[in-house]
Design a protein around this ligand. Structure first.
Ligand code: ATP
Ligand code: CA
Ligand code: CA
Length: 395
C-alpha cells in the first residue's frame, strides 16, 4: 500500500495490473484457438509468445485505459495440453480468468507475492519471481511427462505462465488450481513442512478470522493427528510419496502441504445456531481430477453415498481424535524453489546456531524424507478398525 492508499505491486496499482493481465490472457488464450490441437513437441516448451498492447489498440489487441504494455505467454501449446489433461475447456478457462473481476487474497507468506482468485473459485493467480518462472519453464518437460503418466497427483496444477511488462518492469505470474473451495468453510487451515523451526503462525496471523497455521500449531491442536480409514490413508500417502519423489528428483525444497479442514459436526452445530444462513449450493468444478479426493483415488466421480446436495464435495473423509467427522482438502504448494548455493550457505550458517535437523531449509533429500515422514506418521494416521466402528456407531 503506497502513500496515497493505493494497493501496489512493484509500484503498479494492482487494479491496473489485474485489468491488464485479464486483457493479456484473453488475447493469448483466444489466439490459441487458431493453432489446431496436436501433440506437444519438445520445442513447444521453450516458445515465448509476446504481444504488444498499445493504449490505442492495434489490429491484434483492443484499446485500453492503461499504460502501454507487453504481454508474454510461456509455452502456450504445452500449457493448453495441461489444461486438456484436466478437461478444462478453453472457453471456460478464458471466461473464468478474463470475464469477471479477480479477487485479491491476503498472502500470509513472506515472499510478497500477490494472489488473485477467480470469481468462480476455480483458479488462483500467483505472481512469481524471475528465478521461479525460469525454473518452472525448465521443469515443464518433466512435469509434462509426469502428468501424462499420472494425472492423480497432489502437485500444483499449473495451467499457465505469463509475464506482464510495463515501464521496464516484469511481473510474472502463474495460473494454478485453487485447493480450498471458498464455498466450504475451512474451520482450520495449515501450511505444513515437517519442520519445527519457526513453524508457528505469527500472532498477527493467528488473530485473523481464517488464519493459515503451521506445523507447531497443528501438533498442538491435533496431538493425535487426523484419522483416516485405511483405504483413504493408503491412497493419500501413496500419492504424496510419489509426488515427493518427483520434487526430490528436481532438487525442489521448501514446499508445503496446504491442508484445509472442514468439520462437518461443527458445521451442523453452526448451522443450527445461524438461522438465516443461505445454503450455497456446491457447484461442479471445471477441472477434473482436481479435488483432494479425486487427486488420490482412481475414480473421477465422487462417492455416490453422499448425493445430498448439502454435503460438501471433494474432501477426503477423516476424523479428529474426538470423533468429529472431517473433510480434508489438501495439496502441495510453493514448489518453485530449488536448492541453490544461497540456501546451502543459509543452511550451514543456521546449523551452527541451531540443531540442523529442525531447520526447514535443508538438503532436498532430507527435506523430502522428513516431509514424507511427518505426513505419514504425524499429520495423518490410519484409523484403528475398532475405533472406526465405535465412531460410526456414535454418529
Ligand atoms: P513464502 O515463499 O513466503 O512461503 P509464497 O508467497 O511463495 O510464500 P505460498 O507459500 O505459495 O506463498 O502460499 C502462501 C499461502 O497462500 C498458503 O499458505 C495458502 O494459504 C495460500 N495458497 C497458496 N497456494 C494456494 C492454492 N493453490 N490454493 C489455495 N490456497 C493457496
Ligand atoms: Ca511457502
Ligand atoms: Ca515461496
Amino acid at each position: 500500500v503506497n502513500e496515497a492508499g493505493v494497493v501496489t505491486y512493484k509500484k503498479k496499482p494492482t487494479s491496473e495490473l489485474m485489468a491488464a493481465i485479464q486483457l493479456g490472457m484473453g488475447q493469448s488464450i483466444g489466439g490459441l484457438s487458431s493453432i489446431t490441437e496436436r501433440d506437444v513437441l519438445m520445442q513447444d516448451f521453450v516458445v515465448v509468445q509476446s504481444v504488444f498492447f498499445p493504449k490505442e489498440g492495434s489490429n491484434m489487441t483492443p484499446a485500453h485505459l492503461y499504460s502501454d504494455f507487453r504481454f508474454k505467454t510461456y509455452a502456450p501449446v504445452a500449457f493448453r495440453y495441461f489444461r486438456d489433461v484436466f478437461k478444462i475447456r478453453e472457453d471456460d478457462f478464458m471466461m473464468s480468468l478474463c470475464d469477471e473481476p479477480l479477487q485479491e487474497l491476503s498472502n500470509p507468506g513472506a515472499s510478497g507475492s500477490i494472489f488473485y482468485i477467480t470469481q468462480d473459485d476455480e483458479f488462483i493467480i500467483k505472481t512469481v519471481q524471475h528465478k521461479e518462472a525460469d525454473f518452472l519453464t525448465k521443469l515443464l518437460p518433466g512435469y509434462f511427462m509426469n502428468l501424462s503418466q499420472n494425472p492423480r497427483t497432489l502437485l500444483p496444477k499449473y495451467y499457465g505462465l505469463f509475464c506482464y511488462q510495463c515501464g521496464g518492469k516484469n511481473i510474472r505470474f502463474t495460473v494454478m488450481n485453487n485447493l480450498l473451495p471458498s464455498g466450504i468453510k475451512m474451520h482450520e487451515k495449515y501450511d505444513l513442512k515437517g519442520s519445527t523451526y519457526k513453524r508457528k503462525a505469527s500472532k498477527s496471523e493467528r488473530a485473523k478470522s481464517n488464519p493459515t497455521l503451521k506445523d507447531l500449531d497443528f501438533n498442538e491442536n491435533h496431538p493425535e493427528g487426523v484419522l483416516m480409514e485405511k483405504e483413504y490413508y493408503d491412497a493419500l500417502i501413496k500419492t504424496l510419496n510419489r509426488d515427493i519423489r518427483v520434487l526430490e528428483s528436481f532438487k525442489i525444497m521448501d514446499f508445503s502441504l496446504l491442508v484445509g479442514i472442514h468439520n462437518l459436526d461443527l458445521a451442523a452445530r453452526e448451522k443450527a445456531n445461524v438461522s438465516l444462513q443461505r445454503g450455497k449450493s456446491f457447484k461442479t468444478r471445471l477441472a477434473q481430477f482436481s479435488t483432494a479426493l479425486e487427486s488420490i483415488t482412481a475414480k473421477a466421480d465422487i462417492d455416490d453415498e453422499n448425493e445430498d446436495e448439502n454435503f460438501p464435495p471433494g474432501g477426503i473423509p477423516a476424523r479428529n481424535s474426538r470423533g468429529d467427522r472431517l473433510l480434508i482438502y489438501l495439496g502441495i504448494i510453493d514448489i518453485l524453489q530449488f536448492y541453490r548455493l544461497k540456501k546451502r550457505i543459509e543452511h550451514q550458517l543456521k546449523s551452527l546456531v541451531i540443531d540442523g535437523d529442525t531447520i526447514s531449509v535443508h538438503r532436498p533429500a532430507y527435506y523430502a524424507q522428513r516431509f514424507a515422514a511427518y505426513c505419514a506418521n504425524r499429520v495423518f494416521k490410519k484409523m484403528p478398525v475398532q475405533l472406526g466402528i465405535v465412531f460410526a456407531y456414535l454418529s
